[in-house]
Write a protein that binds this ligand. Structure first.
Ligand SMILES: [Zn+2]
Length: 174
């Protein structure tokens, strides 16, 4: 599981000055996130950039679409991939108005993105009442302390789907 950056890494990030390459994209997602509040969405936006071309701006749509996974990053990645009929965007860059939550960070990794840059920190989101930081803390704590029990149960043929996958010659690895 991916952990948030260490404190020293965070200080390094805080001290980093966005160069001209990143600044327009960061400004765009921060403004879009702010505008999304009055539009009835959560205060988050994200942008996928492919070959220095902004291709997909996503804003948080959780409450508007009744979709708990409709985080800005997920919306942006889904659209960028669907528009290109691909499930991977190697080398693409994700800009987010806030440090991505664990779901979005791993979505970026599933999409094989090349880099993730963000503006606000999870602490800022936490101050506004969002769970991003709590989820990072939870994932670092023992699973038996989680509020949602996650339990493996023995089941016959549990490995059969993987056997079928490996035996299927026309599979599309991802
Ligand atoms: Zn997220």
């Amino acid at each position: 599981m991916t952990n948030p950056p260490s404190r020293s890494r965070k200080n390094e990030l805080m001290n980093a000055t966005p160069n001209d390459e990143h600044l327009p994209y960061l400004e765009r997602v921060v403004h879009a996130a702010t505008r999304n509040v009055a539009a009835g969405g959560g205060p988050f936006a994200a942008l996928v950039v492919v070959d220095a071309e902004p291709v997909s701006l996503g804003v948080n749509q959780v409450t508007k679409t009744y979709d708990p996974t409709a985080h800005a990053e997920i919306v942006a990645i889904r659209r960028a991939c669907a528009d290109r009929a691909t499930f991977a965007l190697p080398g693409a860059v994700l800009y987010s108005s806030c440090e991505p939550c664990p779901m979005c960070l791993t979505a970026a990794m599933w999409a094989r993105l090349g880099a993730v840059y963000y503006a606000a920190e999870s602490q800022d989101a936490e101050r506004a009442g969002f769970d991003d930081l709590a989820l990072y803390r939870l994932l670092r704590s023992p699973r038996d302390t989680w509020s949602v029990p996650v339990t493996r149960l023995p089941a016959a043929d549990a490995a059969a789907p993987f056997d079928a996958w490996q035996a299927y010659d026309d599979r599309r690895p991802y």
